[in-house]
Design a protein around this ligand. Structure first.
Ligand SMILES: *Cc1c(COP(=O)(O)O)cnc(C)c1O
Length: 319
């Protein structure tokens, strides 16, 4: 899954790494992403476009060797008479996909067409014991049986970890490729894919009672050494991590003080008294694991990747 610029990591670099690791089937959200992915891949590899065809793009899929995921009877009508495609059945997300009761009509209208994949998507796979998982699996089995035999796919990253009977013929991992397992609890720690660092601009020693940043929301209880890093919410660092975030400096954890500013963060560097301006701190990486960063910001690792990693990487590429 390389939608959203491969979750902020960069679609081209991710696609090349994934091809090197043996991936041969790719999913994008949009036609524009598929077009750019095709340039990266050359002629090799299959590309499915999750959002399906639109009147403006429908005639161009075959030119670029991409297949649409057909999500509705309207998209099936739009695709009529064309080549291979995937079919998406909505089994409980109420997002994209054919409703199960439309499966019969869809299969009839696709008679003679090459259906390369029948898929659905789980709403609650991040909670392995959630009853919705089995309900969606049963709906998927039933609706998929209406179509001529084709490879089937139900699970994304989380679904791939909740039981062998969710694997079917193909899984569609996204977040799991980019460093987070995507489960709510008992999350296995995956290897780091993206690292975000920032330089320290200033170190200061403050007296008890000194307050930090806008709103003076945190104060020093004791004499304290602080370090100011050149990164903020304009770089995609979540403002919701105010007073809760952290950075690492040579293995020492530095708590974030006060509010996240636009371009600056203030850290309690008491644990790293030798810190100097010009040093680098890690905001995301091997030590600042994405699962912990997301938890501190009260968000999901998906958002940390697409927002923080995506913004920092685009800025670096533009520089
Ligand atoms: C985004 C997406 C995936 C990948 O999900 P992850 O949780 O990132 O593994 C798989 N299938 C569909 C339909 C998606 O939209």
């Amino acid at each position: 899954m390389i939608k959203a610029d491969a979750y902020g990591v960069g679609a081209a670099v991710a696609a090349r790494a994934l091809v090197g690791a043996g991936a041969r089937t790719f999913f994008t959200a949009t036609f524009a992403e598929a077009l750019s992915l095709r340039r990266t891949l050359g002629a090799a590899g299959r590309i499915f476009v999750l959002n399906g065809p639109e009147p403006e793009t429908v005639a161009r899929f075959e030119d670029i060797g991409a297949m649409p995921v057909l999500n509705s009877l309207a998209q099936i009508a739009l695709w009529a008479g064309r080549g291979a495609c995937a079919v998406h059945i909505d089994t409980g997300m109420n997002r994209l996909g054919l409703s199960p009761h439309e499966a019969g009509a869809a299969a009839e209208r696709l008679a003679g067409a090459e259906v390369a994949l029948v898929m659905s998507h789980l709403a609650c796979a991040s909670t392995p014991a959630h009853p919705m998982n089995a309900v969606q699996r049963a709906r998927f089995m039933e609706a998929a049986s209406v179509f001529p035999p084709a490879p089937r796919s139900l699970a994304a990253s989380a679904g791939a970890q909740i039981g062998a009977d969710f694997l079917f013929d193909m899984v569609r991992p996204g977040i799991g490729l980019y460093g987070a397992a995507g489960l709510d609890g008992d999350n296995p720690r995956l290897a780091t894919v993206a690292r975000v660092t920032a330089p320290i601009l200033q170190v200061r020693d403050v007296a008890p009672g000194a307050t930090f940043g806008y709103g003076a929301t945190d104060a020093a209880a004791a004499p304290m050494r602080t370090a100011v890093a050149a990164i903020g919410y304009a770089d995609g660092y979540p403002r919701a991590a105010s007073s809760k975030g952290f950075a690492f400096h040579h293995g020492r954890r530095l708590p974030l003080l006060g509010r996240v500013s636009m371009d600056l963060l203030i850290f309690d560097a008491s644990a790293a008294p030798e810190i100097r301006s010009g040093d680098t701190v890690e905001l995301l990486g091997d030590e600042a694991h994405i699962d912990d960063v997301a938890a501190a910001a009260g968000t999901a690792p998906y958002e940390i990747l697409t927002t923080l990693v995506g913004t920092v990487r685009r800025a670096q590429e533009a520089a």
